[in-house]
Ligand binder design. Sequence first.
Ligand SMILES: [Zn+2]
Length: 172
Amino acid sequence: MSVLLLSASLQPVNVISRRRLIILLSKQRVALMDTEAELEALAALEGRRFTEGVMVVRLLRNIHVPRRMLRPNRRNLLLRDDHTCQYCGHVGPASDLTIDHVVPVSRGGEADSWENQVVACRHCNWRKANRRPEEVGLRLRRRPTPLTQEYAHILFLRYPELKAAYDALLAA
Ligand SMILES: [Zn+2]
């Protein structure tokens, strides 16, 4: 089950774990958006299992919620780069796309950083091989930066079921 946490003014803040939800509930920091959610939360507090589905909760006051750091893994890099080759602009299914180290690891580039990894199509990756982009006439379309979870659209890309629940809530 996914739990979407909203600010007091109903802006998406984060997706939180069930454990975190239970802590917030027990400190009476959050309110639930509907009766069904309330029953689920009571069950959770009593130690019973959550059912599958989506839960939306709202902070009663805006408090600091630690953001989860996202890892620069393949899935997150594809999200950050919009499934787009950062050299030629080709957009394709994930199966067509590779992850390229801008400065090859063999030449001192960081293996596991947001800044040194981009999405590249097979063709560009093959063309670039073990070289720096400028050596083969390739240019990055934008500077690679870390993906953060602060933006609602990133949350909703990762958790489309929460987007539906949020839209339904706003429409109600
Ligand atoms: Zn390309």
